[in-house]
Write a protein that binds this ligand. Structure first.
Ligand SMILES: [Zn+2]
Length: 410
């Protein structure tokens, strides 16, 4: 009978090996079938006269084969974690972007925009400079994900945040800002970021549309694609919200007559109704220029509660200092949003006398590396400014005079 047992056991063992290999190769996938089949084999032996020997054989088979299996599985060719990237520069840079953006994200979460600036914020922004000054940065999946995740977070905050006092300012891409006060929400130079030149980097339309809904008006400084996005403008128009632009922008588009064209005159204050006339903005359009030829409207907007915001667009004509030097004559200015590369920013700040400066336009990924304008250069350009500066990145929010006890920007 023992011979019979042995024969049966070995036959079963062979068939079990075959069956288990046929079922699957996952690390733990073979255990159940071993268990089931061995139980069947064991129940067969329990009818025999010498079940002890059968049990021993069954146990040996049960434990010896899985151990062999485990040893084989350990040698399976499943790829171990890569510890070098030799010969694959692209993959190396992708992984480096993952690591550096992750570190930057962590630092930014620990120290949101504030005055005085937390020391580690600058480190975080310099990390971003390093990643974003790779010529192919907008093509890299980690950069696309970083940007879009931050935009998604920003729009969620905009949708959910009420302001009772002061203002909250969200910085978007690249020189876009959303400003919310108790009464109104303003958008400046809002785009989907197609100017980066990579469709996968830009905000998906569904996400971008969510920015239009909570805003009351859109101000567009000039025609360049990193400031003017006709799709975004049409979202505002379709919701009956004013889109204020220079007259020559989109002059051949069917929606041109639905845009608002306010004359660029330093001495004229326009009343701009928003929210179907329930609120009114005071708007001055200064006749700015990018270079000497491109019209660039510099908007100075005062909200119903008397807070004022001035957005420079791509102001870069030194002859315009004629009126820039006198900006403060138009009344107290709360926040100035200069393009970080505007000529002589310290002179602009002396002319506008804002309570706070928030530069923009850093790291436009559609620009060549030399004009991608890193944060480190913003810090150098704005050092010694006659007003406090808050340097921000995509999706961040700054709380301006929200809480008089903790806000030092006053
Ligand atoms: Zn620009």
């Amino acid at each position: 009978m023992a011979r019979v047992c042995l024969s049966v056991c070995f036959a079963l063992s062979a068939s079990l090996r075959f069956a288990s290999q046929a079922v699957g190769n996952s690390r733990w996938g073979r255990r159940p079938i071993w268990f089931i089949l061995t139980r069947k084999m064991y129940s067969t032996f329990t009818h025999l006269k010498r079940p002890c020997l059968a049990r021993i054989l069954a146990l040996v088979l049960l434990f010896s084969n899985p151990i062999n299996g485990l040893q084989l599985r350990a040698a399976d060719p499943a790829s171990p974690p890569t510890r070098n990237y030799w010969g694959d520069t692209n993959r190396f840079l992708d992984q480096q972007a993952v690591v550096l953006l992750g570190a930057a994200q962590e630092l930014l979460e620990q120290s949101p925009p504030a005055l005085p600036e937390p020391a580690q914020r600058r480190t975080a922004l310099l990390l971003l400079d390093a990643v974003l000054h790779d010529a192919d940065a907008p093509k890299r999946a980690p950069v696309q994900e970083f940007f879009q995740r931050r935009m998604a977070q920003a729009v969620l905050e905009i949708e959910q945040t009420r302001v009772e006092r002061g203002a909250i300012i969200w910085k978007l891409y690249d020189h876009a800002f959303v400003v919310r006060t108790r009464t109104v929400t303003l958008a400046f130079d809002l785009t989907r970021a197609h100017s980066a030149g990579v469709a996968e980097f830009a905000m998906p339309d569904a996400l971008a549309a969510r920015f239009a809904s909570p805003c009351d008006a859109l101000f567009i400084s000039h025609l360049h694609g990193d400031h003017a996005d006709d799709w975004v403008a049409q979202q505002f128009i379709s919701q009956g919200k004013p889109v204020v632009v220079p007259a020559e922008l989109w002059s051949d588009m069917p929606f041109h007559d639905k845009l608002r064209h306010l004359s660029a005159n330093s001495n004229q204050t326009h009343a701009l109704p928003v929210q179907e006339g329930r609120q009114t903005l005071d708007v001055v359009v200064f006749p700015g220029h990018q270079g000497t030829a491109i019209v660039n409207h510099v908007f100075w907007v005062r909200t119903p509660e008397g807070l004022s915001f001035c957005h420079l667009g791509d102001q870069s004509n030194t002859e315009d200092f004629v009126w820039i030097d006198c900006l403060a004559d138009h009344g107290p200015l709360d926040i100035l949003f200069p393009n970080c590369w505007t000529p002589d920013p310290l002179r602009v700040i002396r002319g506008a006398k804002p309570a706070l400066v928030i530069p923009g336009h850093e790291n436009e990924l559609g620009h060549s590396i030399d004009h991608r304008e890193p944060y480190w250069l913003t810090y150098e350009r704005f050092a010694g400014a006659a007003a406090p500066c808050v340097v921000m990145t995509w999706g961040e929010a700054f709380r301006y005079r929200i809480d008089p006890k903790t806000d030092e920007s006053r």
